[in-house]
Design a binder for this molecule. Sequence first.
Ligand SMILES: [Zn+2]
Length: 418
Amino acid sequence: MGWIMSEAAKICSELIRIDTTNPGPGEREAAEYVAELLAEVGLEPIIIESAPRRANVICRVPGDSPDALLIHGHLDVVPADPADWQLHPFSGEIADGYVHGRGAVDMKGSLAMTLAWIRQGRRPRRDLVLAFLADEESTGEFGSRYVVSEHADLFEGCTEAISESGGFSVTMPSGVRVYPIGVGERGTAWMKVTAHGVAGHGSKPPVDNPVAELARALTRVADYEWPLHLTPSVAALVGELSDALGMQIDPADLSEVPAQAAALLKGVLRNSTNPTMMAAGYKVNVIPSRAEAGIDGRFLPGFQDEFLSTVDELLGPRITREFINLEGAPSAPMSGLFHDLGDAIRGQDPLARPVPYVMTGGTDAKSFARLGIKGYGFVPMLLPVDMDYFGMYHGIDERVPMDALEFGVRVLNRLLTQ
Ligand SMILES: [Zn+2]
């Protein structure tokens, strides 16, 4: 089996060497590379360009059951400044047992696992649809959103999906290895808010100053303490982690909870709102007629309505709100495929404890949720105890252990063939 495993590392390295920085040169070359790997084993991948050089690859792999599983991942990566890195971020260098470079973790390593498994030529139990997508690191406009709206037929029969954000090991101080499997994501509400007022001379007594009005509203939004809500999957995670740590976790107070466990919980207990942009005025002695700001809002599965009504209350009646981007919070059941994913991991790591996990941010899973596809975060990897995996996402010196890629190919094999 050795050659298969090294093939995952080789594909990962080659993908990293193709610069797919977003914004940047586009995914076309990476898409052609992936399509070639698939065509070499007799498959018929389709390249779909949503805009010049913004390329996606879709490929159906026939299995024994038409109830199809979608495996999707993104070809693009976030920018990397070589000056910050020990090895060049687009070198794809293999050293010290790691594949180094931008995208090793997010998520070319994962694409490489899937490709390495597919190239073994085994027949999957279910039909598979593979999607290698553009533009995940932005809004997905040229990637998942495009293929979902323009080529939904290619995903016919897909009921469930696996993709990034989950499935990797996190070793607790007790020695227990938990594997958080993504079962949901917080929703996204990026908002533009505007205060309208009366323009006038800056020396006059203030009448209706939109700059001041906006500042007060943003302060209310930023200072608001969102109430704690335990969604069913997060409640299950709290229970599992309590058990793994031998302590009763109180979600309202994570101060005594080991960092490894707290990291899985702290972003998914509440909705959140962060003002992130502001613009108003053009001259210091002129009161402008409007002031604008951007707010990054996130809400838990099931809490969209409550979130928006609270935001409106906080903003007050004099601020208008519109969406820059609104995407619901998808969630998938903790049954069926969820158990199969856990079993596939336990088949390779008998000490594994698979647990449900909710993402604080968002992935392409939100787009596929529009087609009714239930998404799971599942990139199976057994990682070194001291590896700061979360820090690797968009971080400097991003790298993935070669043996973690091998582990992933073995887990996929079990999942997809048994
Ligand atoms: Zn990613």
